[in-house]
Design a protein around this ligand. Structure first.
Ligand SMILES: NC(=O)c1ccc[n+]([C@@H]2O[C@H](COP(=O)([O-])OP(=O)(O)OC[C@H]3O[C@@H](n4cnc5c(N)ncnc54)[C@H](OP(=O)(O)O)[C@@H]3O)[C@@H](O)[C@H]2O)c1
Length: 312
């Protein structure tokens, strides 16, 4: 089936903006469903992009919005729960509502964003367990509703506007030493351009139906290694203090009360699972992982930081 009209939930976020740009650039009509369209008018850079307000937890509101779409893509995810938004609500209940709404609207295809090592039973944090449960709901309820479902399980994602590399870049610019929790945590950062290429590929390839793809980059690094790499790019000679485990846990307990929750006990638990792939399935999709060094220097350079938000 030729995909002409795609709806996206979470299309206003980091990955979403890159994906909307890519699909709209291919002439695919993108319907971005968002809780607050007025905040994201900058996304309307192409006649192929439409924003529509929706309550993502209301199946009727979703069904009305999704009518006429060939596929729906779910990119909603949170790293921290709040009083209003538990992990279960954002990662599981939302998927239940989405599948019900999409099924009522007769949308045949669902692409779902999960996370590497998401596991309903054995995930090391509430984040990973709820992402695992949401992924299972997408596949099981989706299949029962007659939808063709594919999910993606990336390690941490880098690219212009990411909140990982850029966060450490900001921390490295602050005065004083940088105490670093979980310095030995491992990652295989994957490029956002490769992640959105995987989504685009899946829209066109029926062999991806029913599959769950682990997505990793070429570089496997510890958190300390990533911070040292970013410091090198910024030419910052900063004292980085690797915290032992007890101090990492204490830092998480304290920082959960700081506005924006920069680090929480649940984040600490997520970092206990190495975010690296046993088998990188990006390659199964015909994609060669992009090394960090091919991209990161381009957006960490001072002039690049001021560039347009929507470029990869
Ligand atoms: N970034 C990474 O390194 C990474 C790594 C592994 C997996 N992932 C997964 O990839 C997906 C996209 O990540 P991202 O970094 O692009 O996320 P993001 O920038 O935080 O964007 C997520 C989007 O989800 C919507 N959203 C946020 N909180 C919500 C809530 N409580 N209820 C309903 N909608 C909510 C927002 O859209 P509106 O405000 O417009 O409604 C937001 O634009 C997520 O599922 C994430 O778990 C990301």
């Amino acid at each position: 089936m030729r995909i002409q009209r795609v709806a996206l939930l979470g299309g206003t976020g980091f990955v979403g903006r890159h994906l909307v740009n890519r699909l709209a650039g291919r002439g695919i009509s993108c319907l971005v469903l968002t809780r607050r369209p007025h905040r994201h008018r900058e996304l309307k850079t192409s006649p192929h992009v439409t924003l529509r307000q929706v309550d993502p937890y209301d199946r009727n509101s979703l069904a009305a919005a999704l009518r006429g779409c060939d596929a729906v893509i779910n990119l909603v995810g949170i790293l921290n729960a709040s009083r209003r938004h538990s992990f279960n609500r954002a990662h599981v209940q939302l998927v239940e509502a989405l599948v019900a709404g999409a099924s009522a609207a007769k949308v045949p295809r669902l692409l779902h964003m999960s996370a590497l090592h998401a596991d309903e039973i054995d995930g090391s944090s509430v984040y990973l367990r709820s992402k695992g449960m949401g992924e299972n709901v997408a596949h099981n309820l989706g299949r029962a509703a007659g939808m063709a479902v594919t999910s993606f399980r990336p390690s941490v994602i880098f690219g212009r506007d990411d909140s990982f590399i850029n966060r450490f870049a900001s921390l490295l610019k602050l005065p004083g030493p940088l105490p670093l929790a979980c310095p030995k945590a491992r990652f295989a950062p994957v490029f956002v351009g490769d992640v959105v290429a995987a989504f685009e590929h899946a829209l066109q390839d029926a062999d991806t139906i029913g599959r769950r793809y682990d997505l990793c980059g070429l570089d496997e690094l510890t958190l300390a290694g990533i911070v040292a790499y970013v410091a090198g790019q910024l030419q910052r000679d900063k004292l980085i203090i690797p915290l032992p485990d007890w101090a990492s846990r204490l830092q998480a307990r304290l920082l959960q009360f700081v506005p924006g929750k920069p680090f929480t006990p649940d984040n600490y638990l997520s970092l206990q699972t190495p975010s690296v792939c046993a088998c990188n399935q990006l390659e199964e999709l015909g994609l060669d992982p992009t090394p960090m060094d091919a991209v990161v220097p381009g957006y960490l350079a001072p002039r690049a930081l001021k560039g347009p938000r929507n470029q990869i």
